[in-house]
Write a protein that binds this ligand. Sequence first.
Ligand SMILES: NC(=O)c1ccc[n+]([C@@H]2O[C@H](COP(=O)([O-])OP(=O)(O)OC[C@H]3O[C@@H](n4cnc5c(N)ncnc54)[C@H](O)[C@@H]3O)[C@@H](O)[C@H]2O)c1
Length: 293
Amino acid sequence: MDHITVIGSGTMGSGIAHSFIQHGFEVTLVDLSKENLVKAQTRIETNLDRQVKKELLDLEQKTAALSRLNTSTDIAHSVANSDLVIEAVSENLSVKEQIMRAVDKASPSSCIIASNTSSLSITTLAAFTNRPEKVIGMHFMNPVPVMRLVEIIKGHKTSPQTLKIIVELTEKLNKVPLVASDYPGFVANRVLLPMINEAIEALFQGVADVQTIDEIMKLGMGHPMGPLRLADFIGLDVCLSILNVLYEGFGKDKYAASPLLKNLVASGNLGVKTKKGFYDYSIDLKNPSPLEF
Ligand SMILES: NC(=O)c1ccc[n+]([C@@H]2O[C@H](COP(=O)([O-])OP(=O)(O)OC[C@H]3O[C@@H](n4cnc5c(N)ncnc54)[C@H](O)[C@@H]3O)[C@@H](O)[C@H]2O)c1
């Protein structure tokens, strides 16, 4: 793995690029505009500085890591010599289809194509290429430089050889690869989202208020963050779209999104990113006040 291309330089793409450059890999980060790429570079540098402050890295290592980062707005040119391409573009099937086709066309036939999708089928994404055996899911967790899990998803046609290469590569990032098959929500979101949805239903039915539900799950289950606050951080629109994937994929009522979640999304209250979800973040992000429903 000499050269890695990461497509999409948002929250996840910049974090993925950060982890690779920190561990000695050359990375080209690709996005639609130079402006997005400058923002991503700044985010990566700020996060590397934080690691230096915490003495996880020294200044020399930070400088060396940054020297391994290249950026580009030209997908075809960037992937032409890549051994691995990881797509982390927006969670939209038609955008991902366009990326899979473009990468398949322009990259060497030996190149592995990984997707960081949270919920789309790896088998469907693989079918947009002529190399489904070399397509795999690498589901990194947010924030990528901090979280050690990478959920590795085997598509229907992913070869054992591709799986082995990606598992070994993930370990080189000092992360823990855990392998799941390609079914809706894989494991992480299949377990997490119904729990979040149930917390929203409990709120909707007036069983308890926002803060009480979150405190019960924190103190009782040892969760570092309550499910409603976590939903605000993930983004309520993202939660809804993952629940819809589970509902459509399994055809079971237990995955039907709470009407309260649907209303919040329809009214534009998407959580931290819009400053309002189950909590109000407009005054203090660290100590938001719970909203009443
Ligand atoms: N945010 C999370 O917590 C999280 C966690 C795990 C997985 N994911 C998945 O990671 C992926 C990215 O999510 P994100 O939160 O980083 O999104 P984001 O919106 O922060 O970033 C997406 C980036 O993709 C770029 N992009 C869109 N179309 C493009 C194209 N055609 N070519 C190049 N760049 C393009 C956008 O400009 C943007 O910078 C999604 O599939 C998401 O489901 C997200």
